[in-house]
Ligand binder design. Sequence first.
Ligand SMILES: [Cu+2]
Length: 442
Amino acid sequence: MRGANGQDGAVGITQDAIPGGQMLTYEFTVSNEQSGTFWWHAHSAVQRADGLFGGLIVHEPADLARKASTEPINEYLLLLQDYWHRSAVEALEFYMHLGSFGNEPVPDAILVNGLGTFDCSNIVPARPVDCVTRPSGVPALRLDRSKKTIFRIINVGAYAGVSLSMAGSAMQVLALDGGNRVITKAARAAGVLYPGERVSMLIEPFSGEGSGEAFLQLELDTTNFKYPNPTLNPLQRIPVRWHGMTQPRNAVEQPQAYVNIQELKALHEVSNLMPAKADMTFVLYAMTQKLAHLKNVPHGFINNTYWQPQSPPLTSLDRTQYDKQQFVVNIPFIPDAPLWVDIVLNNLDEEGHPFHFHGHDFWVLATHSSSYNWGSFNAFGDAEPPGGPYNLVDPVKKDTVLVPRRGYAVLRLRADNPGIWLLHCHVLWHMASGMAMAFEVS
Ligand SMILES: [Cu+2]
């Protein structure tokens, strides 16, 4: 979205929602330097959870790609999501009600590319579902063994994180979010991937294994589920059918048990790239709260503001016309020497929030979670960050990051893309109830 703030699609910030029956064409230029796994989705109300999304893969320019590899590659795009047996509007009504006591709706099922498995016997009488058992069983993922296999995985879900493993195969994480390379080893399982995050993985069979039934296993992260949902089976297996050669093209010897996607290091060091100190620092506090003056309906806050989209959108208004739901901070745009900016994003909640920043990638200089206090970092008051010094050597570059419970994440970015850009929690229930703000680079 470089130089294309107006094409960002953020309702309330850069445009009004596209009216029913009408059309809008988004036009923007992707530079030769940018390639990776992206996705498009509705940014109006909670339409995303009802399926208004899709993948958007930007491939490397052919000359660069040829230099990197001559091997034939088969890529598979997997869109993973939690799913509710009711519309997202109803699920949000459940959450934004004093009777929810701040408990987010717990999903009923898991979908991969819009398909999933569900056991009709799991239905509870209180919540009837029109359920038909299909004799043909579960649709399988068909993979070609004769080519290098890459999974591009996107968590397009509304709430839950997802972990993955594949029987008989090792997964090696290659890149995060928009194609940012990381160092990893082959592992038997990888996780947790939170809503908005993407990961590219190389899939290779184990040596000596692989004759048994192959399946891809998905497991929803139930850590934040605040009540039991007997309808949900958080563990789902998708059958995998390998075809092509009978002998694996390559075999991994000793994969490690698990790779933690949240603790990876970048492939390329950035020590020479970024200064020790940022030019500007913002300290933010995100929290869900049930306040009396909001009738105890849970709302997501950043500092003292819960966001609601304004119409007409902010890009068409003077700052004096912003309403009180707009928390918009300014970063001066200096074309010849863009400022380095740190965002210290504190999370005062008992659960993590996966935050996405529009219009910029950022380096994750630190993340921290405390087991005994709020774990906050006030960069203006505290002598040292409680999580230790920033990683200025090999931090990962991302556009979506989990800010851990009772902790913080420090995001370092270069303010080189003018416009008004949203920063928001990618949990749909939190964003829809206000956990969003904007940065105006101008
Ligand atoms: Cu959240």
